[in-house]
Design a protein around this ligand. Structure first.
Ligand SMILES: N[C@@H](CCC(=O)N[C@@H](CS)C(=O)NCC(=O)O)C(=O)O
Length: 79
């Protein structure tokens, strides 16, 4: 399963998700910063449909909303 998290560091909702990644110690989520790399933002809007972070792509399918992302991560621990 391919996991990609679109985020930027000054976003408090992104920090919430990043804290969960740190807490769980999982290493299977690729971080894509939308401020550092405009191509990431363009891809987020093109493929996700919304210019909003955080967004977790699960095999290319977008999941928005930090609390929903955290819930998904907890229900799908790294194997
Ligand atoms: N309810 C959302 C809020 C996310 C949010 O407001 N993110 C801001 C950055 S801190 C954003 O992307 N704003 C741009 C927009 O909503 O168009 C969540 O919990 O993920």
């Amino acid at each position: 399963m391919k996991l990609e998290l679109f985020k930027f560091d000054s976003c408090p909702y992104c920090q919430r998700v990043l804290r969960e990644l740190e807490r769980s110690g999982r290493t299977d989520v690729e971080l894509l910063d939308t401020l550092e790399n405009p191509e990431n933002q363009a891809r987020l809007v093109r493929e996700g449909g919304l210019d909003q972070v955080p967004c977790l792509f699960v095999d290319g399918k977008p999941l928005y909303e930090s609390l929903d992302i955290i819930d998904w991560l907890k229900r799908h621990p790294q194997l």
